[in-house]
Design a protein around this ligand. Structure first.
Ligand SMILES: *Cc1c(COP(=O)(O)O)cnc(C)c1O
Length: 391
């Protein structure tokens, strides 16, 4: 067998919608992107959605739009992809890295309180919905992540690159924080090849992001001050970026959106299969669900190989590869990356849970088209490696 770590599903209306774009003669941001924005906003229950060229672009626009400035400090979990932190450096702000919980791999209210106590000058936080699960956002006792941020006057950006469609309680991720950023990169839960979406309920953030998405061009401002609205004339209100999403990509996104529920259900089938099969294997720790399994988008299925296992994580990855099974690691933490380590003088001892996760974690294949026969093979191979090796 040969099972890749990830595989896109493109069996819907992708080609049909792309063809419509090609025939329209208008390839850049237009009606398909606007439709995609409208549908996406409706699904997550947000007022505004803004298509962009990547989640990294969305995060950059988000940080800019909420007014983060040079020298501002922003909390970021160390267990994430570099995009979460690098966008702060784009504008000269500084990431302050924090540990996550073992089990969920998410930031927790307790860890947040601890980080805020140690860094009273924090301006904002970027929450990462690791693997597709949300941390406790709100709580009736005021101890949810959002509650704590509001109490401390901290702006909230959500890196929801893994988290569509994810819920906390009965609400979709998208409107808990000030602004939420989704990824449609090739291996994410729905894809446009490359692409992202910025979502918010805040009109000012939306307007700023929309303007900065395309060179800082603002027709609204111009029209406010002129009586004869010439369509060729516009104003530039800031040195913006080139972050818009072409309609060809949006066409793929629209088709993917139609199947998002089906995709999610299929990934849950895979997750349930793994959770059941590995229930009694004590040398691995399974991902911990803090809410109903249906609230999780299951972008990833990471397991942590314990130190008492007969093989190390690295050896496990090699043996899985020899058996034709693709795996990956999420993530080598940012405090171990040369740039962040040296710039911020970071010490692994300050991230004990993240270190434990990093040392043992491996992500198993999880995608809609993964068959039960393939799942059975992955589980048998995992058990062979972890239970029989050298025993
Ligand atoms: C993929 C990813 C991103 C970046 O998404 P792009 O669309 O590739 O820019 C950001 N954060 C996390 C956690 C990711 O996994």
């Amino acid at each position: 067998m040969n099972i890749p770590f990830a595989k896109v599903s493109m069996a819907g209306n992708e080609l049909k919608y792309i063809t419509e774009v090609l025939k329209s003669g208008w390839l850049t941001t237009s009606s398909k992107a606007f439709q995609f924005e409208k549908l996406f906003a409706d699904i997550v229950g947000a007022k505004y959605a803004c298509t962009v060229s990547s989640c990294t672009a969305a995060l950059h626009l988000a940080v800019e739009a909420i007014g983060i400035k040079t020298g501002d400090k922003v909390l970021v979990p160390s267990l994430t992809f570099t995009a979460t932190a690098e966008v702060l450096r784009y504008i000269g702000a500084d990431p302050v890295f924090m540990d996550v919980e073992y089990g969920t791999s998410l930031i927790s209210p307790a860890l947040l309180r601890k980080s805020l106590k140690a860094n009273p000058d924090i301006k904002a936080i970027i929450i990462v919905h690791y693997g597709g699960q949300s941390p406790v956002m709100t709580s009736s006792d005021g101890e949810g992540i959002i509650d704590i941020c509001r109490q401390n006057n901290i702006r909230v950006i959500e890196d929801a690159a893994h988290a569509f469609p994810t819920k906390f309680g009965n609400r979709f991720i998208g409107t808990f924080g000030d602004v939420t950023c989704f990824s449609f990169y090739a291996n994410k839960t729905i894809t446009t090849g490359e692409g992202g979406m910025l979502v918010t309920d805040d009109e000012n953030i939306y307007k700023r992001a929309k303007t900065m998405r395309l060179h800082g061009i603002n027709r609204d401002v111009w029209e406010r001050f002129t009586s004869n609205k010439s369509s060729w004339e516009y104003d530039i209100i800031a040195p913006g970026f080139k972050y818009n999403m072409p309609d060809i990509n949006a066409a793929v996104g629209l088709a993917q959106l139609e199947k998002a529920d089906y995709f999610r259900d299929q990934r849950q089938r895979c997750a349930s299969y793994y959770l059941h099969e590995f229930e009694r294997i004590h040398v691995i720790d399974l991902p911990v669900c803090i809410g109903p399994i249906e609230n999780h988008s299951w972008h990833l299925f990471p397991v942590t190989i314990r130190t008492e296992a007969p093989v190390s994580r690295n050896e496990f990855i090699i043996q899985m590869g020899q058996a034709g099974i693709g795996t990956s690691v999420h993530y080598k933490p940012l405090h171990r990356m040369t740039y962040y380590k040296e710039t911020y003088n970071l010490n692994p001892d300050d991230f004990p849970n993240t270190e434990r996760i990093w040392n043992g974690t491996v992500s198993l294949p999880i995608f809609p088209d993964l068959t039960n026969r393939e799942l059975e093979y992955i589980c048998q191979t995992t058990k062979r490696i972890l239970l029989n090796n050298g025993v």
